[in-house]
Design a protein around this ligand. Sequence first.
Ligand SMILES: [Ca+2]
Ligand SMILES: [Ca+2]
Length: 177
Amino acid sequence: MLYVFCLVFVLVTNIDLIEPSTTTCCKDGWLAYKGSCYMFYDENKVDWMEAVRYCKLHGSEIVVIESRLENIFLKYYARKLFNGKLTKNTTLFWLGASDSDIEGIWKWIVTDEELTYFDPNFMGDKTPDNHKDCLAMPGSYDFDWRDVPCTERLGYAICEIRASTDNNGTQIQIVGR
Ligand SMILES: [Ca+2]
Ligand SMILES: [Ca+2]
């Protein structure tokens, strides 16, 4: 019942495309946006697999970015976080995609599906590189996507509790809690 209420609320408040919504759907410390809940973990720098594990430990998954709006929202919030707390040039957020199975083929680890959306500023930098098999948003590139070595403790995690979507991109329910 709570989720039905939250869903209606989220749809009604979609006018504001960037600011997090103020519903109480998400746990404390999590941001609500278009039916998903997000948490920016920014305490200790971890490698990519540690970021994946960290999100699982917190009842979520490492973030899957499926749309331009979701990407804009996450970049916007990442930029907000280095206001006094993080140093932009040394801040990097891990995203949930890797091309470690087949070089140059990027897949989301959560769904095992190839990416259908790419940050527009990533395409030009997609030259396959075996040493850089994990996806991240580095502050030094103003949080545009970059491929980064997976095993270096370079960054923080963005975790997501996903909303499932139908073919029109409309939320139908929240998966998780
Ligand atoms: Ca997502
Ligand atoms: Ca690669």
